[in-house]
Design a protein around this ligand. Structure first.
Ligand code: ASP
Length: 370
């Protein structure tokens, strides 16, 4: 009995040492004394899934909503496109020169905030009581640091305030009077509340209020009416990947027409309207903020990539084409991932948007196809 089991034990010992070797080394290392035919080689690594497609890249939006060609003149369309191009070229130059994605995002958004065409900075939409209350946020994908401001009425460029809060305060979000005091301390440009006002946005508010009375809509949906030409969203946002592999996202808005005083949307809520993480992507959203908050849109896209291994395109599609509309929400996002893949996805008729890759190729679009 003893004599019979001995060779078996030897076999078992050989097998054990074989497995030990295998699991310790992670791979089989060929022994030159072995017959090459008997050496099991690991298959070469499949092409890495995550290939770098752009060394740097930038994407912007100027809001999503009921933007229809039939409501747009050729001149207006050209005006929007040229403003988008002007803005994105500012960020592109910064990235091309080796500047940071944070600088590219901030400076690009400044151009859009200063333009009365968009619902951010000058040209912001009106609250129910005819004031302009601005929200903004910025996030650094490298450190996961973030800054946000809500409900300011006198800070000319809210994205600059968001960045100052991120870099020069121990806080992430500041609101109202306190945020404005901080802006003054930081020597940011302060303007009169009148600066933000435009005739066009005031007229939109009046139309929405009239409609509200006619339809006796409840307060929940009062600030979105697809039938009213200008009752679209119009937030601005920018996401960028720089040459050092750092991602950043920024979003700035006047919120939604006819919002009640004190209402804060998704834009300054980190993870809802804005998010950046070097491990995944940078996202900026635009749309009906209440739904973007409830669906934690921007972070959800990043999380689907991080925890489920989805591509940026698939993750954005999941959130924008399924999760948000399933709740009843509308809007879109722009995003860039750590490999320079760019996505512009929306479930509305249109979204003002533009992108530039590291070769300087520019895309500017408004409607679903062009
Ligand atoms: N998301 C913004 C808000 O709800 C509106 C927009 O995107 O235009 O405040």
């Amino acid at each position: 009995m003893f004599i019979k089991t001995k060779p078996k034990m030897k076999k078992i010992a050989t097998l054990i040492s074989f497995f030990f070797l295998m699991f310790n080394c992670g791979e089989l290392i060929p022994n030159p004394d072995d017959n090459p035919k008997n050496i099991k080689r690991e298959k070469p690594n499949p092409k890495p899934q995550n290939e770098k497609v752009n060394d740097f890249a930038i994407v912007i939006h100027g809001g999503a909503g009921t933007i229809l060609k039939k409501n747009m003149t050729d001149e207006k369309e050209a005006e929007y496109k040229s403003e988008l191009e002007e803005a994105i070229r500012v960020g592109y130059s910064i990235l091309k020169e080796g500047g940071s994605s944070l600088d590219a995002v901030e400076k690009t958004i400044n151009v859009l905030e200063d333009s009365p065409l968009f619902n951010a900075g000058k040209g912001a939409v009106f609250t129910n009581t005819e004031t302009n209350e601005l929200d903004a946020s910025i996030m650094d994908g490298k450190t996961l640091n973030a800054g946000a401001s809500a409900g300011t009425k006198t800070v000319k460029n809210p994205i600059n305030l968001a960045r100052a809060i991120m870099e020069n305060s121990p806080h992430v979000m500041m609101a109202g009077d306190g945020a404005e005091t901080f802006a003054k301390e930081q020597n940011l440009e302060i303007v009169s509340p009148e600066y933000f006002k435009t005739e066009k946005r005031l007229n939109t508010l009046k139309r929405v209020i009239k409609r509200e009375k006619e339809k006796t809509l409840n307060n929940k949906s009062a600030f979105y009416d697809a039938d009213i030409k200008d009752s679209k969203f119009g937030t601005v946002g920018c996401v960028a990947l720089d040459k050092n592999g750092n991602l950043a996202a920024g979003t700035s808005t006047g919120g939604m027409t006819n919002k009640r005083y004190g209402r804060v949307g998704d834009v300054p809520i980190i993870g809802a309207g804005n998010y950046a993480n070097n491990a995944t992507c940078a996202v900026s959203g635009t749309g009906w903020g209440e739904f973007f908050i409830r669906a934690t849109v921007a972070h959800d896209i990043s999380a689907l990539m991080e925890y489920k291994g989805l591509t940026l395109k698939a993750a954005a599609n999941e959130v924008i084409q399924k999760k948000v509309p399933n709740l009843g929400g509308k809007g879109g996002i722009i995003a860039v991932d750590k490999n320079g893949n760019m996505v512009m996805d929306f479930n509305t008729a249109g979204m003002y948007r533009a992108s530039m890759n590291d070769k300087g190729e520019l895309t500017v679009k408004i409607y679903s196809k062009n």
